[in-house]
Design a binder for this molecule. Structure first.
Ligand code: FDP
Length: 334
């Protein structure tokens, strides 16, 4: 096979777009803008311990959580980077209560973007991996004007692109436009994302389980029984599984996608819909995991089939290797 040499993110997207003669390049610009924001956030995250950028700014987000400076910075940066490219007609950010319009004087594009600017933010000041998650839809309202709530409240199966940037031991951008999941590692020496993980496939089975067991007393019986089951010994299916929970969704998801396993954030008695947000956490990761051959459900229903009715709604999320998610569903049906 002919070696392709160094494949930068831009070259990769252009090569992919060659297969779509109707492509306008609008989409290329959008992913490139997200990558640029990712590079800047990565730079800021890396020096979080060095400068006075971490700590609370005193404001609270829509969930009543106090925001930290880096979340606010990442959210503003994404808004500014994506507003002016002419590719979007509206945005949704975890850090803003309402739909974010594109400023008056700027062209309105045919896509909408929902993002969690800095997911896992409680880990910022302890040096643990965090990430930016994004989800892109084509608008459903007519081209030209501002986007509306209708454009963003689409079921996840309509996504045309989704991905995340993980700020970990290295910075990686992982995304899919519906033709496989591809990972790019940031090389700081020349400032480029370089293709490092082409066509990622999640193993169909995996021996890792990730759940916050501190919530156990609030779980319903099937969840307790499942978590009990993964801990029992059975050589035939590799149990007991190993527990791995970072408490930073992108990091837990990324590890399980590469190694195989299951991540669970179920509903419980105090939060029947769990904690994770459908539009900018569950949907994009569900799109990626399905593209990689895995599954994502709310315990029973496919995440990508949920029709949202609120920008910030939560959903239980069970995501990972196909067989593991199916096994969990079996417990829920009992
Ligand atoms: P965080 O509160 O630190 O922003 O949705 C946010 C999130 O982190 C996820 O990244 C993470 O998986 C989850 O919450 C952790 O929640 P628990 O602390 O309840 O386990």
């Amino acid at each position: 096979m002919r070696r392709r040499g160094l494949v930068t993110l831009n070259r990769f997207i252009i090569e992919q777009e060659r297969n779509y003669p109707e492509a306008t390049g609008e989409f290329t610009n959008l992913v490139t803008d997200i990558a640029l924001a990712g590079k800047i956030i990565s730079y800021q995250v890396n020096k979080a311990g060095l400068v006075d950028i971490i700590g609370k700014v005193g404001s609270t987000n829509v969930f009543g959580e106090s925001q930290q400076k880096l979340d606010v910075f990442a959210s503003d940066l994404l808004m500014r980077t994506l507003s002016f490219g002419g590719n979007l007609c509206a945005m949704v950010s975890e850090e803003s209560d309402d739909l974010i319009p594109i400023p008056d004087d700027y062209p309105k594009g045919k896509y909408v973007c929902c993002f969690d600017p800095l997911d896992g933010s409680s880990n910022i000041d302890v040096g643990v991996s965090i990430g930016t998650i994004f989800s892109i839809f084509k608008r459903v309202t007519p081209d030209g004007g501002l986007g509306t709530i209708e454009d963003v409240l689409q079921p996840g199966r309509n996504q045309v692109c989704a991905g995340y940037v993980i700020y970990g031991s290295s910075t990686m951008l992982v995304f899919s436009t519906g033709a496989g999941v591809h990972g790019f590692t940031f090389d700081p020496s020349y400032g480029e994302f370089v293709l490092s993980n082409e066509n990622i496939k999640i193993p169909p089975r995996g021996g890792l389980y990730s759940i916050n067991e501190g919530n156990m007393n609030k779980w319903e019986e099937p969840i307790k029984k499942y978590v009990d089951w993964v801990k029992q010994s059975d050589e035939s299916d590799g149990r007991p599984y190993s527990g791995r929970y970072i408490g930073s969704l992108v990091a837990d998801f990324h590890r399980n996608m590469l190694k195989g396993g299951i991540f669970l954030y179920p509903g419980d008695r105090s939060k029947p819909n769990g904690k994770l947000r459908l539009l900018y956490e569950a949907n994009p990761l569900a799109y990626l995991v399905e593209q990689a051959g895995g599954s994502a459900t709310d315990g029973i229903k496919r995440i990508l089939d949920i029709k949202p009715d609120d920008l910030h709604q939560c959903t239980p999320l069970i995501i990972g290797s196909k067989d593991e998610v199916e096994k969990f569903a079996g417990f829920m049906k009992q």
